[in-house]
Design a binder for this molecule. Structure first.
Ligand code: ATP
Ligand code: MG
Length: 698
């Protein structure tokens, strides 16, 4: 572990603000790299924690380290996710401020691992009276279940979260956790019915096949052959256990155990696994065509799916091959052709699975409700946000559009809160400062979500408009209306101006993090998120209790058109934004050191790219624009009082005066510092080095 600033040559600086050449990206990267090579994965930019994924287990976690960070100020120890958590927790208790810890970074950068460390720290340092053990246990057990159902192996990450998660922990006035609440965002449900080469479906499918006891397998009509099931066999040999360290069989036991701790009954667990199995069976129902009409083959799977969901076999068969439309009070039923029946089958599998996932979250929330809230003292919240990072794939679709839109929104929060709090601090402390230029991505957010004119409005319009609409008419529309926008490139503009090679089914958005080419194929369909009435009706009468509540009858009776997927997402994101803005934020910016999930490899290019788009250099400049360092008078005096005879062993009088005496003794030039209301501000890191070195050399 690094001990002092004396180690600078070997382990770089703990806080990038202390870099001499803070404007240079090379210097910033060099510092991260130097530290990474020494297995020091954490570095600060002021109070923002930068974390570089080591891809190996380091002995830097656990009870001993937690003890070292407990009750310390953030500057007293080397940077760590525990230090950020301690600071947030401390502020929650001492200042009664709601907190949120925002964890961002691209896939595989370590967000989920970081979020678990935050939770682990909170669990370790709370509950002095031993009264909230069950709550802590429940909070910790949500993760294994949510990961089983919401994570999957992708080319980027063996345990990639395919949903966004915001978890609030609720604390009583003693600072002990008494409950929690989880919000989940947009599960990537297309994965249920198909995956890219080398990727897997959600973990739970493999866990069930590998780990299910023989009686369970029999009851669910499953065989252990992964290759046998269409929805999960795409990954081929990659889906097997072993080489990847994915121990599916063991995980199933953990998942069931976690569900038990969370209060799910054996019956509920049975119904959940029955639904998971029914999805596998649905995938194996083959559809052929006779005279233009869809015919289902493979009776065994129709039978199994119907039994597990709890509906008559002929009802399932009919619902998968017919479509009933209500028109002016009349119902018209017509048979589906093969293609449409396959579409209907996949839509059912996706809907059942995604709704089951949301049901699980709701069920956990019920279990995490505080037993009783005090009428007099308000409880406080600490939120942890672990949400998908910016994605640029070779092929980007509706899902990437949603994810990247979400990241634009989060970047906006980051910009507002880091700049705003910096400005506010100078204002509050009565100190002049010089603003820093930064790119405000609001212009891109407008392009996406402006009423009537933005991409979301235009997409919804095309989804709702009767007549001959398609992905291409949508593309035509945005190309026409947004052609002038500086962050939008249509294939028309590309031909003329930028000479970009784009197909006629693509458009480009210039995101804050880079240009992304989106393929419009599937946009309307995914946004409409249509599930035929016959299937919803069938599901709402099933005897599997969980399956039935996933599709409430009220939904069928409602005259209102269901909200489109993107509108729902937009609304839930805006709610999330107001939640985050009402809390005191802490940031963890996660970085992936290479593309090969490999330990010890630090690619300048790959890290450099992330540093750029996470806005870390801007962040650093803002932090440095005024005064690089600031300390509460009391803390500053406490740490350095030994450097001046007049303040040692203690200063009798206000800390502010003590600080004045101390820095006069140290010979600070007037321009080098400012005395605010509660803090001393120091302009240059060098000044701090000198005093810190003197302190270390005492
Ligand atoms: P995604 O967006 O795909 O969900 P993520 O940012 O959540 O990605 P993680 O799942 O947290 O990424 O991390 C990916 C893998 O990297 C982990 O499974 C683990 O092997 C390794 N890893 C991440 N953080 C650490 C750490 N602090 N120490 C050791 N290994 C880590
Ligand atoms: Mg994750």
């Amino acid at each position: 572990m690094e001990r002092s600033l004396h180690d600078r040559d070997r382990v770089g600086v703990q806080d990038s603000v202390l870099l001499d050449n803070y404007r240079s990206e090379d210097a910033f990267l060099g510092n991260l790299k130097k530290r990474f090579k020494e297995n020091i994965i954490y570095t600060y930019i002021g109070h923002v924690l930068v974390s570089v994924n080591p891809y190996k287990d380091l002995p830097i976690y656990g009870p001993k380290t937690i003890k070292e960070y407990r009750n310390t100020h953030i500057i007293e120890n080397p940077p760590h996710v525990y230090a950020i958590t301690e600071a947030a927790y401390n502020s929650l208790i001492e200042e009664s401020q709601d907190q949120c810890i925002l964890i961002s970074g691209e896939s595989g950068s370590g967000k989920t691992e970081a979020s678990k460390k935050v939770l682990e720290y909170i669990a370790a340092v709370t509950d002095h009276r031993g009264q909230v053990q069950p709550v802590k246990e429940k909070l910790l057990q949500c993760n294994p279940v949510l990961e089983a159902f919401g994570n999957a192996k992708t080319t980027r990450n063996d345990n990639s979260s395919r949903f966004g998660k915001y978890m609030d922990i609720e604390f009583n006035s003693l600072g002990d956790p008494v409950g929690g609440n989880i919000l989940n965002y947009l599960l990537e449900k297309s994965r249920v019915v198909g995956q890219n080469p080398g990727e897997r479906n959600f973990h739970i499918f493999y866990q069930l096949l590998e780990g299910g006891e023989p009686e369970l397998m029999e009851a669910l009509h499953l065989t252990r052959k992964i290759d046998y099931y269409n929805y999960i066999s795409k990954a081929g040999k990659d889906s097997k256990v072993g080489a990847d360290g994915l121990n599916d069989a063991r995980h199933l036991k953990e998942v069931c155990n976690a569900m038990t701790i969370l209060g799910l009954s054996a019956r509920e667990q049975g119904e959940i696994l029955a639904i998971v199995a029914s999805v596998l069976h649905l995938g194996n129902i083959d559809v052929s065509e006779q005279q233009g009409v869809a015919v289902l083959d493979n009776f065994a799977h129709i039978f199994a799916a119907a039994e597990l969901l709890g509906c008559p076999e002929d009802v399932l068969r009919s619902a998968l091959t017919h479509r009933t439309i209500l028109a002016r009070g009349d119902t018209v039923t017509s048979p589906l052709d093969r293609e449409t029946a396959v579409y209907a089958r996949d839509a059912l599998a996706k809907a059942v699975y995604a709704r089951l996932f949301s049901w699980l979250v709701q069920r956990f929330n019920k279990s995490l409700q505080p037993a009783a809230r005090s009428k007099t003292a308000r409880n406080h919240l600490m939120g942890i946000l672990d949400i998908y990072g910016f994605e640029i794939f070779r092929h980007n679709s509706f899902e990437q559009f949603c994810i990247n839109y979400c990241n634009e929104k989060l970047q906006q929060v980051f910009i507002k809160l880091t700049l705003q709090s910096e400005q506010e601090e100078y204002l509050k402390e009565g100190i002049e400062w010089e603003p820093v230029e930064y790119f405000d991505n609001n212009v891109i957010i407008n392009l996406i979500e402006q009423k009537h004119k933005g991409i979301i409005s235009l997409l919804d319009e095309e989804c709702l408009r009767p007549g001959d609409t398609s992905d291409l008419t949508f593309l035509e529309k945005i190309s026409e209306q947004l052609n002038q926008h500086e962050h939008f490139i249509s294939h028309k503009k590309a031909d003329n101006k930028t000479k970009k090679i784009m197909s006629r089914e693509e458009f480009v958005l210039v995101h804050y993090a880079g240009e992304v080419t989106y393929d419009v194929n599937g946009f309307l369909d995914k946004n409409n998120d249509l599930l035929y009435r016959d299937l919803r009706e069938m599901m709402s009468s099933t005897t599997n209790n969980i399956a039935r509540v996933l599709f409430p009858k009220s939904e069928l009776q409602s005259k209102k058109r269901p909200e489109t997927a993107i509108s729902q997402f937009k609304n839930s994101l805006n709610q999330l934004m107001s939640i985050l803005m009402s809390k005191e934020p802490s940031y963890i910016r996660c970085i992936k050191p290479n593309d090969f999930k490999q330990a010890g490899v630090f690619s300048d290019e790959i890290v450099g790219h992330q540093v750029k788009y996470l806005g870390l250099m801007e962040n650093l400049r803002v932090r440095r624009a005024g005064f690089a360092y600031r300390r509460q008078f009391e803390q500053f005096l406490q740490r350095y009082k030994s450097l001046c005879p007049k303040t040692w062993p203690s200063y009798k009088g206000p800390a502010k005066d003590g600080v004045r005496v101390l820095i006069q003794h140290l010979g600070y030039q007037p321009d080098e510092f400012r005395i605010g209301e509660t803090k001393i501000f120091i302009r240059h890191p060098q000044t701090l080095f000198e005093i810190e070195d003197a302190f270390q050399a005492r």
